[in-house]
Design a protein around this ligand. Structure first.
Ligand code: NAD
Length: 294
């Protein structure tokens, strides 16, 4: 039996968010009127290259200019910080994206803190993260926000819902838990020290997983009808030697019991890029409100 209708793909959500962003940009006078997004990659990295290309495509769809900068891996921390501070002061820069990973001699958290909060389209500045605690969630980390969008797409009302968040990283799990609380969900956060993961996940209406372990979540861990949001991205090599990308969920098996499962690839990932563009429009609104723009 196939359960394809239970596969919750990200493409429709991505397209909707990108067209909303496009409408905002058009209303603000189009791409030449609105500042550009600057993507900073430090040192070459093939994985980062894939993200950047996807973001460039998203920006094009949203009508935003996208300036891809590749800084050599010999660049110093001080030089990076100086360049970022100059972008903070440049009215033609709408938002700054700092691609990760960075070389070992670069302190990524310090650079994230150097990005002005009003240009922090990734929602990674400590003050953006702090705002989330106060339920000011408009500039949230993109992947965490994308997982909430995917839950909303099921039509489930998050108020009072039992959500189990598996993974508690600064980038995904912790901010996602706060966003879900802001939506009124009852949130349990599990991590590598959690004693019985299945005991928690089995009573959840929604399971969100961001760990980085293929097949961590099997069908015996899911309540019938629950929604399963798979954030994991893992490259695996099959017996035939081919590599492919999978999530943290044993998707085919979990589809037999769950109400919805997001596929990997094609689930949360495309929505994450669209949220980055939505964040850019929020940054524009806030810069205007702060009197930075005409
Ligand atoms: P991380 O390595 O920083 O954190 C992993 C988390 O998993 C930690 O909280 C750890 O406690 C928990 N964990 C580890 N083993 C566990 C276990 N056996 N049971 C329960 N919890 C366990 O990872 P991250 O940066 O949060 O990324 C997680 C995954 O999400 C990765 O696969 C990453 O590639 C992916 N990711 C996807 C996107 C996207 O846009 N879809 C964005 C960022 C990260």
């Amino acid at each position: 039996m196939t359960h394809d209708h239970r596969l919750l793909k990200g493409s429709a959500v991505r397209d909707r968010i990108l067209s909303e962003a496009r409408a905002y940009v058009d209303a603000a006078g189009g791409s030449e009127q609105i500042g550009r997004l600057v993507s900073i990659s430090i040192g070459e990295n093939p994985e980062v290259g894939v993200y950047v290309r996807n973001q460039a495509r998203g920006a094009l769809a949203a009508g935003l200019r996208f300036d891809q900068q590749l800084w050599g891996d010999e660049v110093s921390q001080d030089e990076c910080k100086q360049l970022i501070l100059e972008m903070n002061d440049d009215p033609n820069v709408l938002g700054i994206i700092l691609q990760r990973p960075v070389p070992d001699h670069i302190n990524v958290r310090s650079l994230q803190s150097a990005i002005h909060p009003l240009k922090d389209v990734e929602g990674m500045n400590p003050s953006s993260i702090g705002n989330i605690v106060y339920s000011d969630v408009a500039l949230a980390p993109c992947t965490a926000a994308a997982s909430v969008e995917m839950i909303k797409e099921t039509g489930l009302d998050l108020e009072g819902l039992e959500v189990v968040m598996i993974g508690h990283s600064e980038i995904v799990g912790k901010p996602a838990a706060f966003l879900l609380m802001a939506e009124g969900a009852t949130v349990t956060v599990c991590h590598h020290m959690t004693r019985s993961l299945a005991m928690h996940s089995r009573r959840a209406d929604v399971v969100v997983v961001a760990v980085g372990k293929p097949n961590l979540i099997g069908p015996d861990m899911i309540k019938p009808g629950a929604a399963v949001i798979d954030i994991g991205i893992n490259q695996i090599t099959s017996d035939s030697g081919k590599t492919k990308i999978v999530g943290d969920v044993d998707t085919d098996a979990v589809l037999e019991v769950a109400g919805w499962v997001t596929p990997v690839p094609g689930g949360v990932g495309p929505v994450t890029v669209a949220i980055l563009m939505r964040n850019a429009t929020v940054a524009h609104q806030r810069q205007k409100a702060a009197g930075w723009l005409d």
